[in-house]
Design a protein around this ligand. Structure first.
Ligand code: TYD
Ligand code: MG
Length: 456
């Protein structure tokens, strides 16, 4: 039999080392290298434990597994999950500590438990004692919901218990507090998180219950045991929001059973999270009139149009290298927009600080916001406000051209619904898709030079 050898494997990127070291040279992560036993000189030398069975192949058609979804009754959550909870699916909910993950999941599981079909719902907390969860349930007025609550961290106990139940939904809060005795590292380490998730996921698939795993986010913004966990689950949701703001965004970054980039918007109130059905109205609620450097971007998040205010402040710099600060958008994208305005329109930002803020704390990643950002920056630089009832969207290319973006009709429809009367958009080449000029004054602008002329 081949001699077993020990390798040291980075749990983040999979790089293999002959001996232990603190930092992985390949991905530069610290403390991710752990000992793993393998089969010596190549796996082909391993004596097989069993001969291997013949696998059955089947045609592509056939009776499908019943994937009837369980709707939680929290519409924002159901939509982000792709229309409800799929039995046997595993959903990872990540987010900063204190953002409201436990609150959201307690509300969701109480709602599910109260459904007329009486699903069996288990809430297993490894972070909080039973009393703490009860206090929260009381605060949320959910103490009567037939949720089965336990405080446990040993995954073997949890599996033995769930094995005997008819669970429909199980919540593990959080995966970083769980441990398996067989794994020789502390709870929260990559090896533990991976092993515990693997065991729980296997059980969820076999028994057909929906499993929610709560995961904390590290300082770098990824869930501990990052790539490992994201690959193992069906859906990854991030719960995000700015501390100073009361609303929270639940964002799907991966979903095997629905659209990614879908968002659900909630407001953290005294008695828990309330759904926000019209996020645009909320994001624009505090908008001031007649101010330079502010414009409204008609964005799309997942399947839903969302209007947000983009604010820019351009002011003479006191430093040798001017400052660029961005909240809620990509700073590289801002650098690109500024470079295009400098190169194609002769504007000069080399002695100006530029601050950009997406009001309300929403984070946008769409390139469709380029044009709105450019407009906000130009408006601030020239100190001229934009019309108050105007929305803007469009992507900017490096040669200064303004490019078409997806779902223009949905964006304009949302704007009209909220009382906006004019818009700046990229040129529409398809006649059938031309927006109706009688409902809204439409300015189709093809490049940034024309944008400046229009503005002057
Ligand atoms: P929590 O769900 O414990 O966060 P996480 O599980 O992500 O760590 O949320 C805690 C925060 O939410 C805490 O700062 C208090 C606040 N909160 C409210 O504002 N209203 C409420 O009804 C509840 C239950 C919590
Ligand atoms: Mg919590």
């Amino acid at each position: 039999m081949a001699k077993k050898s020990i390798d040291f494997v980075c749990q983040n990127c999979g790089a293999v080392y002959p001996k232990w070291q603190g930092k992985c040279d390949s991905c530069n992560e610290w403390n991710t290298i752990v000992e793993e036993k393998c089969g010596g000189e190549g796996f082909s030398n391993l004596a097989p434990k069993h001969k291997g069975k013949i696998i059955d192949f089947v045609p592509l058609t056939g009776a499908e597994q019943n994937l009837e979804r369980l709707t939680t009754g929290i519409k924002e959550l159901d939509r982000v999950c792709g229309g409800g909870l799929v039995p046997g699916s595993v959903i990872l909910v990540g987010g900063d500590p204190g953002i409201g993950k436990s609150t959201l999941l307690l509300q969701a599981c109480a709602k599910v438990a109260e459904l007329p079909i009486q699903p069996e719902v288990f809430y297993i907390s490894g972070e909080e004692a039973i009393d703490q969860v009860r206090i929260r349930a009381k605060r949320l007025k959910l103490e009567q919901a037939p949720v089965k609550l336990a405080s446990a961290t040993d995954v073997r106990d949890i599996i033995a218990t769930l094995e005997k139940s008819n669970a429909n939904v199980v919540i593990i809060d959080s995966i970083q507090t769980m441990y398996l005795e067989d794994v020789e590292s502390t709870p929260g380490s990559v090896a533990q998180v991976r092993a515990c998730s693997y065991e729980l996921i296997k059980l969820a698939k076999r028994k057909g219950f929906t499993l929610f795993l709560v995961g904390h986010v590290t300082k770098q913004g990824s869930i501990a045991g990052p790539r490992v966990l994201e690959h193992m689950v069906d859906t990854v949701l991030y719960f995000e929001g700015e501390r100073g703001h009361h609303f929270r965004i639940l964002r799907a970054v991966k979903n095997r059973y629905g659209a990614t980039d879908e968002i659900g918007v909630f407001e953290m109130q005294d008695q828990g999270l309330a759904e926000v059905e019209n996020p645009s109205a909320l994001f624009l609620a505090e908008r001031q009139g007649n101010i330079s450097g502010s414009c409204v971007f008609a964005g799309v998040e997942g399947s839903r149009p969302v209007l947000v205010e983009i604010q820019a402040l351009v002011s003479p710099t006191g430093y040798s290298s001017p400052k660029r600060a961005v909240v809620g958008w990509d700073s590289n994208r801002l650098a690109m927009v500024l470079a295009v305005l400098e190169a194609r329109c002769g504007m000069n930002f080399s002695s100006q600080d530029v601050y950009l803020n997406i009001a309300g704390g929403l984070r946008i990643s769409e390139p469709a916001a380029d044009l709105a950002v450019a407009m906000a920056v130009i408006s601030s630089l020239t100190n001229k406000p934009l019309p108050h009832d105007m929305v803007i969207f469009g992507e900017i290319g490096l040669s200064g051209e303004i490019r078409a973006v997806s779902q223009p009709t949905a964006r304009l429809k949302e704007a009209k619904k909220l009382g906006f009367a004019s818009c700046i958009i990229p040129p529409t080449h398809n006649k059938d898709k031309k927006p109706n000029n009688s409902e809204m004054s439409v300015f189709e602008i093809g490049n940034v030079q024309r944008l400046i002329n229009w503005f002057n």
